[in-house]
Design a protein around this ligand. Structure first.
Ligand SMILES: Cc1cc2nc3c(=O)[nH]c(=O)nc-3n(C[C@H](O)[C@H](O)[C@H](O)COP(=O)(O)OP(=O)(O)OC[C@H]3O[C@@H](n4cnc5c(N)ncnc54)[C@H](O)[C@@H]3O)c2cc1C
Length: 387
């Protein structure tokens, strides 16, 4: 199965002009590596568990380095990184999600960390030597993250963190956790090593999709971390989170474009081959309507993600466009995967390859800003109201 297609080259040409040749080469090379995990995706889904060694190897092959401009980053435009995440999503969505979250932690350290944290943590994250988790959500606070109960109390040269985080991707496998906690003067972010005394990880949380990545609770029971592990300034974590989530929303949208593309290609191949009433399914007019809608949904979602990426690259405020890209791409992907199941008929309901795409896509209208929350953000910007 080829992952890099002329439609990707064309999108690069439209958004990046003559530079597209170099970017296409990078993405084509990456797609070749990603193709090796496509045949294993169904097994990752049925066996569950975490990011296996074969997938961790991909993290070290340039994928994590792409969007960063120093300390070993490749300085590639954010839109090129988005297309790389789309290709990863098409190959195996849980790998893409795990990687997207890992890189959000890397971005936080790159943007706000000390020089020591950049050398000691960031460089090891983007080389794929260490894996990261982003620990914000709690059992009683998801969308309303500011109401978190986890606290960080300063005692001289260290902080004591206590609280419970839930739904944490890469938990149990991560070498480092970016933990958010209420501290003096607001919320703060801390790097907590996996072996920090007081940190423990619960059992894997069973879930509908994204089963090839691990999700678990992380408990911090009087977990002591040195002051040097505070990322950025005390009390500023939500300022940082706002910026980080804009980028990661575009990434989650791009992953959904990849999932939708995989489901679409699968369904179109089947519609060409399946015969009923003496004709191919693809010859039926209502099938063609589905094909046209699915195709248009993929192109418009990708275009929106690349548009938001170009705004990010230009340094403009792109919070609304990032939210729009995520709402459009994630909801469109869920609908495209649903139509793919319909095209497969009874086989769509029973063949795990097709419903896996739908199960994977379904998460992303919830995580990293649920659609309702993002619609509020978009409308509030339009109406000049505070978010
Ligand atoms: C598989 C998986 C992986 C995850 N990975 C991570 C991770 O790595 N790190 C992390 O920190 N978190 C992670 N999460 C948590 C995820 O970000 C939250 O589930 C999400 O933010 C929603 O929070 P909640 O589940 O508490 O739902 P709630 O916030 O309780 O929302 C419940 C419902 O209310 C809706 N809603 C919210 N606000 C409004 C409003 N103003 N008006 C109307 N409706 C509203 C929501 O859209 C939703 O439909 C993960 C979750 C899952 C399932």
């Amino acid at each position: 199965m080829k992952l890099f297609h002329p439609e990707h080259r064309r999108a690069l040409e439209v958004f990046y002009g003559p530079e597209q040749t170099a970017y296409s080469e990078v993405l084509e090379l990456l797609a070749g590596k990603l193709e090796s995990i496509v045949p294993m995706s169904a097994r990752f889904d049925s066996e569950g568990g975490g990011i296996s060694a074969s997938r961790r190897l991909l993290f070290g092959q340039g994928l994590c380095r792409m969007p960063f401009a120093s300390h070993g980053g490749l300085s590639l435009p954010f839109g090129v990184y988005c297309l790389a995440m789309e290709l990863t999503g098409a190959a195996d969505a849980p790998t893409a999600m795990s990687l997207g979250i890992h890189n959000t932690v890397a971005e936080c350290v790159h943007a706000h960390g000390t020089e020591f944290q950049k050398r000691d943590v960031f460089e090891k994250l983007i080389s794929g030597d260490r894996l990261a988790s982003f620990a914000l959500t709690e059992p009683s606070s998801g969308s309303d993250a500011r109401s978190m109960r986890t606290t960080a109390k300063r005692n001289g040269s260290s902080y004591t963190i206590s609280g419970t985080k839930t739904f944490i991707t890469n938990a149990g496998e991560a070498d480092v956790y970016l933990v958010f906690a209420g501290s003096e003067g607001g919320h703060s972010a801390f790097l907590v090593n996996r072996d920090a005394p007081g940190l423990s990880v619960g059992a894997d949380i069973p879930k509908l999709g994204m089963r090839g990545s691990r999700t678990a609770e992380v408990v911090l029971d009087g977990c002591e971390v040195p002051r040097e592990n505070l990322v950025g300034e005390e009390g500023k974590a939500f300022e940082y989170v706002k910026g980080l989530l804009n980028g990661s929303r575009v990434i989650m949208g791009s992953i959904c474009v990849g999932i939708a593309l995989a489901a679409y290609r699968n369904a179109v191949a089947y519609a060409r081959e399946r015969r009923l009433f003496d004709r191919a399914l693809s010859d039926m007019q209502m099938t063609r309507e589905k094909v046209a809608n699915m195709r248009s949904g993929i192109t418009s979602s990708r275009t929106m993600c690349l548009y938001a990426s170009r705004l990010k690259e230009s340094g403009a405020d792109y919070a609304s466009e990032a939210a729009q890209a995520k709402v459009i791409a994630t909801e469109t992907a869920a609908s495209i995967c649903d139509q793919a199941i319909q095209l497969f008929g009874g086989y769509g309901y029973t063949n795990s390859d097709v419903h896996r795409h739908w199960r994977d896509a379904r998460l992303l209208t919830i995580g990293e800003g649920a659609s309702e929350v993002l619609r509020l953000l978009i409308a509030n910007k339009e109406l000049g109201m505070a978010s």
